[in-house]
Write a protein that binds this ligand. Structure first.
Ligand SMILES: [Zn+2]
Length: 1027
């Protein structure tokens, strides 16, 4: 099983049962009376509620196969399979029992000896303790790969104590062998495929397990305590768990090599602990659970999973099963997306999907992980037809051989399918692709060859078609008349179009470089290009059909770029300024020609492509008469590569079909409101806590005095948006002294959503792309000089301190001390950049607090806080509780210093030679702890020297001019936020300070209450809140 913690409430329900029985004396009514909460045992019926019935009509299976999901010709039931297969000799009763390593080995060897014509036993490699990972091949020609015969496989017992797969695979071997030549259906399966069966991937773990273990963990992992189904190289290394290990274990390495050694087409990985067929992906991008994370082959995987489930006696049923606790596991139609259930990193099926041609699902074979011998006859009976039905899928789909015109096979050709992952031809040019019934367009692409496309139309899952493909050498264009070419095999499609005669030679060179067999290809593997060296009207439809994610129009003019598409189609990390700078550097040009890119004709032409989501831009590469084609070509190639990288680095594939996966479900309806943009207008309109800052594009909300210091708090990731909304909500609603005081000390600008928000959870090597965001805010609030960017993808803080005043570092320290997860952490626990020092267990990694710089120097002081690993199993609501105090602490640290709220023109420090000018009506001087001699220069020209002492107890000193004289009057000494004390203590401290104003004073200062409360009259002091 994947991993599930259940509370065993069996006894509770037994009690209920007994009481009910005694009371009613009507045992026959009992199941009806208590069925909704009754405990289930390992082989009980699956119980469906009305709500689950309704879900059954809205799940992925219904979405894709509504018309055929109950058609037993499409998805054969247990009964249908029994009928199709007909009579066969089943496993002898005495064999239906547990087989330990020695018994399993003996059984496999005996089979190989008894059936030498159709079996071949080999060891894929050794386990950590030296046991063989046996694989038995069953096929009509077992020792060699036959041309176009699909290689398919089963893997059992990856978790050592999940043994139903191991046993049923041994029984499967038994019936396949002894019915060969006797039963027609079974014989055709053996003849038509080459089956590789690995009954145990974790024989060491098995030997530590014990029969009768229903839901335990003894023997699950390998002998190093590593969970092999977490040990494959993960898509998101930061999602690794404690049991994942840092490096692949012996068993994992053996299996990885084995998976690469054969062109496997189809596979299932058999686990136990629940009853469901689970399909990729297992890991979600954010690392959250319950997020349906579909692969490109989602429909096919749904078909594969339901194919298995439907062939099982019970798995396919919707409802609760494995009721070892009150809840058990509920599945709709007996299948689930892996991450839609819960996420895991480093699983075998995800790795296999990403790095091999094979498509694998993971089957939970039953509620009981390690059954006793007596349980096997029933288990085998339930599974046998599902195991066979699933294998038959391997014979379906399309297969063929890719060759050159002269008949030579083309290895490593890409077989692109319009609705699935690409696969690659073997060294003998062979390919296999399982497909769902229906029509599919397949394109075959190979380096140095022109691509070929064809369609196949398949009726049933087992329908097969052979399509051999001959590719011609790549100098020939896709569309000869109009000189349209296709290059590359990747999934990121970019159209590169020459729009001026000047562009043609550069694009021809690009064509040449990306094709010619004699020169190394310059095209990154993830790109697929449509190249039109010389654009003519009438190609709009060709470009539209190519469905590019970006269109680059190459034209003449001074080196620069023009963007056509709306900003939300731009790659989030795209920077026009940087592109223009590098174009100017790359292409020496006088620019003495019309810039066609900025003309309306080109923009209108791009419109005719009807590409609503594509990132469209024009790039000017100089003027006619400037002889530098080489540089122009290099520049075009550079632009293509840069945009290709930007597009592929931040693509989003996470989506949710399950209502419970919506993070807002974790809030009550009224709370949900407070974590979304709906809260903004409430506070602005009704409570007047927040003020909307006028800006053409950004939704900026200001809270506080309207005076400096100005601090921006921006969520730069989708995941952290609700944290900012919630924080804003809390700040406005809160009656806490600390929050009130914070609002009184300056202005906080909230930017909960940004136009180019990061959809993906990832670590940030640089925050340069957000520099423009800051500039955008500064365009309306020039006094803004500090920002906090809130993201995830790590558990750490980076401070950027271009002003050198040390404030951001102090903010970072304050943040860290009050962030519940970071407080004591030395290293970023999310970081994959950890190393084991040879022989030891010492880890090194990124510190939780460190510096960072804007790459081009200068810039605004900023803090980048990363609040959680991508894999963390919680909703965004957890972020708030962990970070609320920390964010407050950082904002408090930001306001440490000396403030003159009005009438001052500037404050200067003669000794440091620094001055701080009035901004937004006030002067704020950020200061670290210490004593400072400062001079206030009033607007009327008068000056006043003051001594300011900043400490942890008095972090902010405010200075107010008297209304009657220019001599200075008061200062506000502000709340003490001694680090480490709780909010309760803070509140008490706050009140005590308020009730007992300080009467002793240092020279020239009078201390006054620290904050204003709404319900108390403060007329004895200057109203420092007056704006
Ligand atoms: Zn498992």
């Amino acid at each position: 099983m994947k991993h599930q913690w259940n509370q065993n409430l069996l006894h509770t329900f037994l009690c209920i049962w007994v009481v009910n029985y005694a009371y009613f004396q009507l045992c026959i009514l009992l199941p009806l009376l208590i069925s909704p909460t009754r405990s289930l045992d390992w082989d009980s019926d699956i119980i469906t509620t009305q709500e689950e019935r309704e879900k059954e009509e809205n799940d992925a299976l219904s979405k894709y196969f509504n018309a055929t999901k109950r058609d037993v010709n499409h998805f054969p039931s247990w009964e249908k399979m029994k009928e199709i297969i007909g009579e066969f000799e089943d496993v002898a009763k005495e064999k239906l029992r547990n087989h330990d390593y020695n018994a399993m080995t003996a059984m496999l060897k005996e089979t190989a000896l008894t059936y030498p014509n159709i079996t071949s036993l080999y060891s894929a490699g050794k386990s950590t303790e030296g046991r063989d990972l046996w694989v038995l091949i069953i096929s009509d020609n077992p020792t060699t790969h036959e041309e176009l015969e699909p290689e398919i496989k089963y893997v059992g017992n990856m978790h050592g104590n999940e043994v139903v797969g191991r046993e049923t695979l041994l029984y499967l071997i038994d019936i396949l062998c002894k019915n060969y030549g006797k039963n027609k259906w079974l014989t055709s399966l053996v003849d038509g495929t080459r089956m590789h069966i690995m009954p145990s991937m974790n024989p060491d773990g098995y030997e530590r397990g014990f029969d009768g273990d229903r839901q335990g963990y003894t023997g699950r992992e390998n002998v190093h305590g590593i969970d092999l189904n977490r040990n494959f190289p993960p898509k998101y290394p930061a999602h690794r768990e404690r049991t994942s290990g840092l490096y692949p274990e012996a068993e994992t390495l053996v299996v990885m090599a084995w998976l690469k050694s054969q062109p496997f087409v189809l596979s299932a990985n058999l686990h136990g602990g629940s009853l469901v067929a689970n399909y990729p992906y297992d890991d979600s991008e954010s690392g959250a659970d319950g997020i349906y994370t579909m692969s490109q082959d989602d429909k096919l995987f749904v078909e594969m999973a339901y194919r298995y489930a439907r062939g099982h006696a019970n798995m396919w049923k919707t409802g609760r099963r494995c009721g070892l606790s009150q809840n058990g596991d509920v599945f709709v139609n007996g299948i689930t997306n892996g991450a839609g259930w819960y996420h895991l990193a480093g699983g075998m099926q995800d790795w296999q999907y990403r790095f091999t041609n094979s498509l694998e699902i993971t089957v939970e074979m039953g509620c009981f992980k390690f059954p006793t011998n007596a349980m096997y006859p029933k288990l085998w009976d339930e599974h046998k037809f599902a195991l066979l039905s699933f294998l038959a899928l391997g014979m379906g789909g399309v297969r063929g051989i890719v060759r050159e015109a002269n008949g030579q096979p083309i290895g490593n050709a890409t077989i692109l399918i319009n609705d699935g992952k690409p696969i690659f031809s073997t060294s003998t040019g062979e390919y296999w692709r399982i497909l769902t019934p229906g029509q599919h367009t397949i394109t075959v692409i190979a380096d140095s060859y022109e691509s070929e496309s064809f369609t196949v139309d398949l009726a049933l899952p087992e329908s097969a078609e052979v399509k051999n493909v001959t590719l011609s050498s790549c100098s020939a264009p896709v569309d000869k008349q109009r000189n349209v070419y296709r290059r590359g095999r990747g999934m990121t499609r970019i159209a590169v179009i020459g729009y001026s005669p000047l562009a043609t030679p550069a694009l021809s060179r690009l064509l040449n470089e990306t094709c010619a067999a004699s020169t190394p290809t310059h095209l990154p593997a993830h790109l697929s290009l449509l190249i039109i060296p010389s654009y003519t009207s009438g190609l709009a439809n060709t470009i539209h059909k190519f469905d590019p994610r970006a269109v680059i129009m190459v034209t003449s003019g001074a080196p620069s770029s023009v963007l056509f598409s709306p900003r939300d189609t731009h790659p989030p990390l795209f920077q026009k300024e940087r592109l223009d700078t590098s174009l100017k550097k790359a292409i020496p040009s006088e620019g003495q020609c019309v810039n066609e890119a900025s003309g309306t004709r080109l923009a209108q032409e791009v419109d005719t492509f009807s590409l609503h989501d594509a990132f469209s831009l024009a790039v000017s590469i100089g003027c006619e008469g400037e002889e530098d084609y080489g540089k122009r070509w290099a520049a075009v190639e550079g632009v293509v590569e840069m945009i290709g990288n930007l597009l592929s680095s931040d693509s989003v594939s996470e989506y949710s079909v399950l209502p419970s996966a919506n993070p807002l479900d974790h809030f009550s309806p009224s709370e949900a409101l407070l974590s979304t943009s709906a809260s903004l207008s409430i506070f602005e309109d009704e409570q007047q806590c927040a003020h909307r800052v006028e800006h053409s594009r950004l939704r900026i909300t200001a809270v506080g005095t309207g005076r400096p210091p100005f601090t921006l708090v921006a969520a730069i990731e989708k995941r952290t948006e609700s944290l900012i909304y919630e924080y804003l909500t809390t700040l406005c609603n809160s009656t806490s002294v600390r929050h009130k005081e914070l609002k009184r000390r300056g202005t906080i600008l909230f930017l909960p959503e940004i136009p180019s928000t990061q959809q993906n959870c990832h670590d940030y090597g640089s925050i340069d792309p957000f520099r423009f965001l800051l500039q955008d805010v500064q365009s309306v609030i020039p006094a803004l000089d500090n920002a906090i960017f809130v993201a995830s993808g790590g558990l750490k803080i980076r401070y950027l301190d271009p002003s050198g005043n040390g404030v951001t570092k102090r903010m970072g320290e304050a943040y860290k001390k009050e962030q519940t997860l970071m407080a004591t952490a030395e290293y970023d626990v999310c970081s994959s950049e950890r190393n084991t020092i040879a022989g030891g267990r010492t880890m090194s990694g990124k510190e939780t607090l460190g510096g960072m710089n804007w790459s081009e120097g200068g810039g605004v002081d900023a803090l980048l806080v990363q609040l959680g690993c991508c894999y963390e199993e919680r909703s965004s609501s957890g972020l708030f509780s962990e970070n609320e105090k920390a964010l407050t602490a950082a904002l408090e640290a930001r306001t440490r210093g000396f403030s003159v709220p009005k009438d001052a023109a500037m404050v200067r420090s003669k000794s440091a030679g620094q001055e701080w000018k009035e901004r937004g009506g006030a002067v704020f001087v950020p200061l670290l702890n210490g004593e400072y001699q400062l001079e206030i220069v009033w607007k009327n020209g008068e000056k006043k020297e003051v001594t300011v002492k900043i400490s942890d107890s008095f972090p902010l000193v405010e200075f107010h001019p008297s209304s009657s004289s220019h001599s200075l009057l008061l200062a506000a000494l502000l709340a003490t936020f001694i680090i480490g004390i709780g909010i309760f203590a803070l509140r008490r401290l706050g009140y005590s300070l308020y009730r007992r104003p300080f009467s002793e004073s240092t020279v020239g200062f009078e201390r006054i209450p620290l904050y204003m409360s709404e319900d108390e009259d403060e007329d004895d002091v200057i109203n420092i809140r007056a704006l």
